[in-house]
Ligand binder design. Structure first.
Ligand code: ZN
Length: 181
């Protein structure tokens, strides 16, 4: 007879040391900075400088966070872990809007929703870590990072109020770009 162990699955999101937390945080901030820079470009192509500027600002903020995390890694005398990756995803799965391949006709509403979705993910990521960490220093930093992401969620929600709807014909282009072979 096989024994059935009723042990709970180990939580993937349990991180109890600063090195791991900082490595994940760094990957997350770098990814966010890059995606915001991409979104800023998409909006610039739309001549929507208002949203483009918001995304540029976000890219800078996430860049500063990445810098801050790099400094913490240094201050703790830690080696950056090379194998940690973090990627943005889209609300309805990778098929809809691949964040790595943004559609040039995406509307402000769509780009802001993509940002909102990923800011919420980032918040949940750090919030989970904060809840699960038993190491005090790790818990405290995870909490701080969660609070920062929560603030980003609030900003993006605010901006979305100005762009409530998506035109159902958003990907119709009366003058499509010429693709050369
Ligand atoms: Zn953020």
């Amino acid at each position: 007879m096989s024994k059935v162990h009723k042990q709970p699955e180990p939580k993937a999101a349990t991180i109890n040391n600063m090195a791991e937390l900082l490595a994940h945080a760094l990957a997350l901030e770098i990814e966010a900075a890059e995606r915001y820079a991409d979104l800023a470009e998409v909006m610039e192509a739309h001549n929507n400088m208002h949203v483009s500027n918001l995304f540029s600002k976000m890219s800078e903020i996430e860049d500063l966070h990445a810098e801050h995390i790099r400094k913490l890694i240094e201050d703790h005398g830690l080696q950056p872990l090379a194998n940690v990756e973090y990627q943005w995803s889209s609300p309805e799965g990778p098929e809809t809007i691949d964040p790595g391949d943004l559609h040039y006709l995406m509307t402000p509403n769509q780009t802001l929703n993509l940002a909102l979705f990923n800011e919420k993910r980032a918040f949940e990521f750090f919030d989970d870590l904060a809840r699960n960490a038993t190491d005090d220093e790790t818990k405290k930093l995870a909490q701080e990072l969660a609070e920062e992401e929560e603030e980003h969620v609030a900003w993006v929600e605010k901006w979305l109020e100005d762009y409530p709807d998506t035109d159902p014909d958003w990907d119709y282009d009366s003058d499509p770009p010429i693709v050369q072979d």
